[in-house]
Design a protein. Structure first.
Lengths: 342, 338
């Protein structure tokens, strides 16, 4: 548990780390998915290629889309792209940078799937067994073309009756697997060379502009996060005020109804009753809850701060405004400072 | 867990330690990859050599380049190489040191792959089975076969099920022979690599140790400087965003005519603190200029102004020392190039 928390905290330390972490997880998930997938070649002439190529290319597309979806930065980028200019100009270089960074990370899991598929070989053998030249292998001498095609399509299936004892089956299978692995390693080599060149040659091109773009794209990301946090805090204070207001108004109503309520009780027990806010028995609580459901207070806390003003402005629109002047001044200062924290 | 955390922190402490960690992980990954890889010799005369040599050399190349790709110092090196001189001289010795250190670390995983491959023997056997000396090992008088036919038969040595040349050369004999040579090569390779590493390590202090210490220090410095710059930029961006959003909320307040005249008692000092963290960089244009000038004209490696204020006399060759006894420090302390 501790280990998870530490790893979690390390990856949360900045958003790039988070994205790298997600990227790594997707890559591992991709390998695990491949190993647990039960590959099942149909061994029929027309279906082999469709199945083989389908397994080789459809899951990577799904993984790519997953990578885009799970990346928070894609939303930020889209927002930045689509917003009206307003008071802040748009910079296409930043959008391009964010786009390329998102694409690079999203491409890792699909590439790993394709490479693992090629290095394993089953897919390739299934897809291309019918395209092999039968003259290279013994065992197809006196066979008609259609029969040859049928036999070739059965090569990937070890237990098939027709091809079980045919010596050419293993030879063809091995041949195709060899090509598949060679292709896999070549693809991997090309990608790594491209990555290496991109990494080492980037500072040679316009490094100053790159520093600027990287800073501002990071800034946009941070700004979005801080804005969300600010809004959350604001909503919390707003709700707090609103609910306080509601409890107070309930308290007022109950006080008005209780003709023989002793003053000292209300003032003396101020400290303890702060949480109870005057609601002290079942009936009152039920009344409050019913009222909360049937007539919620308006979303407007300006009265709450305004009635703290010593000037006493009367811009009020709620029915229980009359009893407001009875409130003491002591707890109001605290409320004011909460409000302006935003 | 404490141990884990300590190791983690130690490895993260600087780029070199981090790279050592990555290097170790890649070496283990390389051995694991080899055992997970399903070696599949084609057993055809012209394909065997290509496949065998491919598996012997292409993955090490991939691992070597991967070692460079994963090393952040690659872009630091390229940046340092390509930047305009500005106010800071470039030192080719530092660049060479960085490159050598990166290359040494990147070479470990490929060396592990090659050793494991040779010691295992399948690759070598697949590549060279057609070159087995038939006269020595088998029935050399089996003359009924053409050259091509013999090669075709020999090519099937790695594939047990289809080998048909038992009378020509017994399969086990050929396999044992090839494996023996492969393992001998493997151990020689391991010995050679270890000897080289030992010589490099043991003899290096004999050559220009002083220059070496200098290069090592400045290469660490460049790495740390870049990391701190990135961190400072991130902190700056955070503060910038906070202040920007605060001002936005306030502006919205004013726009909507909800002039509360609430005097935020705690707020001005907070806002003031945040504004100070911005170090005077408060708009987009200024920030862009700062970033451009960081690349085009790095500041000199010289902290004379601050040092002399503290009375620290480690700079012997500073002529202005006698003149700056008065507090004239307001002139240049921060980003004067902005």
């Amino acid at each position: 548990m501790d280990r998870f928390r530490m790893i979690f905290q390390y990856f949360q330390s900045n958003s790039e780390s988070v994205m790298n972490g997600i990227c790594g997880l997707l890559a591992l998930a991709s390998v695990k998915m491949y190993t647990s997938f039960d590959f099942n070649c149909p061994c029929l002439p027309k279906y082999n290629m469709a199945y083989g190529l389908g397994i080789m290319f459809l899951p990577p597309m799904a993984l790519f889309l997953c990578g885009l979806i799970l990346n928070r930065q894609s939303l930020v980028m889209l927002e930045e792209w689509k917003r009206p200019a307003g008071g802040r100009k748009k910079d296409l270089a930043i959008i391009r940078y964010m786009c390329s960074s998102i694409m690079q990370r999203a491409m890792i899991a699909p590439v790993i799937w394709i490479i693992v598929t090629l290095l394993d070989g089953k897919c390739f053998v299934c897809a291309f067994s019918s395209s092999v030249d039968p003259e290279k292998f013994v065992g197809f001498a006196n066979v008609t073309p259609t029969q040859t095609q049928l036999l070739l399509s059965k090569v990937p299936c070890k237990d098939d009756e027709l091809m079980k004892n045919n010596p050419a089956r293993k030879a063809i299978s091995r041949y195709l697997k060899c090509w598949s692995q060679a292709l896999g390693w070549s693809v991997l080599l090309i990608l790594i060379v491209v990555a290496f060149l991109a990494r080492s040659l980037r500072p040679c091109f316009n490094q100053a502009a790159f520093l600027q773009t990287r800073y501002w794209s990071n800034y946009i990301d941070i700004e979005q996060k801080i804005f969300d946090e600010t809004c959350c805090e604001h909503a919390r204070d707003f709700a707090h005020k609103c609910i306080l207001h509601f409890f107070e108004s309930m308290q007022q109503e109950i006080k008005l109804r209780r003709f023989n309520a002793p003053r000292e009780e209300a003032d003396g027990g101020e400290g303890e009753e702060d949480h109870l806010r005057g609601i002290t028995d079942q009936e009152q609580m039920n009344e409050l809850l019913k009222s909360w459901y049937y007539s919620k207070p308006p979303l407007d806390v300006s009265q709450a701060t305004q009635r703290q003003q010593p000037v006493g402005r009367e811009r009020l629109s709620v029915p229980w405004a009359d009893s407001l002047s009875n409130r003491g001044n002591a707890p109001q200062k605290a409320k004011t400072s909460i409000q302006t924290d935003v | 867990m404490d141990k884990f955390r300590m190791i983690f922190q130690f490895l993260q402490s600087n780029q070199e330690s981090f790279m050592n960690g990555i290097c170790g992980i890649m070496a283990l990954a390389s051995a694991q990859m080899y055992s997970a890889f399903d070696f599949n010799c084609p057993c055809l005369p012209s394909y065997n050599l290509a496949y065998g040599m491919g598996i012997l050399f292409v993955p090490p190349l991939v691992l070597f380049l991967l070692g460079f790709v994963m090393n952040n110092n690659v872009s630091v090196l390229a940046e340092e190489w390509k930047r305009p001189t500005g106010m800071r001289q470039k030192d080719p010795a530092v660049l060479r040191y960085m490159f050598c250190s990166m290359a040494q670390r990147a070479m470990i995983a490929p060396a592990v792959w090659i050793s494991v491959t040779l010691l295992d023997g399948k690759c070598f056997m697949c590549a060279f089975c057609t070159s087995v000396p038939v006269e020595k090992l088998g029935n050399g008088s089996y003359t009924g076969l053409s050259e091509k036919e013999m090669r075709r038969i020999l090519a099937r040595i790695p594939c047990k099920e289809i080998y048909s040349g038992q009378e020509l050369v017994a399969r086990e004999v050929a396999v044992r022979y090839l494996r023996c040579i492969s393992q001998a090569l493997g151990w020689s390779f391991v010995l050679l690599m270890t000897m080289l590493a030992f010589l490099v390590r043991a003899l290096r202090p004999c050559f220009t140790q002083a220059a070496f210490l200098k290069s090592k220090y400045w290469s660490h410095y460049i790495d740390i400087e870049r990391k701190l710059f990135d961190e400072t930029c991130t902190e700056h961006a955070k503060t910038f965003a906070k202040v920007c959003i605060q001002q936005f909320f306030e502006a919205m307040n004013q726009d909507m005519g909800l002039a509360h005249t609430h005097s935020p008692e705690a707020a001005p000092s907070e806002v003031g603190e945040e504004k100070e963290k911005l170090l005077g960089i408060t708009d987009q244009g200024t920030m862009n200029k700062l970033l451009k000038s960081w690349h085009k004209c790095k500041p000199p490696l010289c902290l004379h102004q601050e040092v002399l204020q503290n009375g620290n006399g480690w700079v012997e060759e500073n002529q202005h020392r006698n003149h700056i006894s008065l507090p004239k420090r307001e002139i240049v302390t921060y980003y004067s190039k902005v």
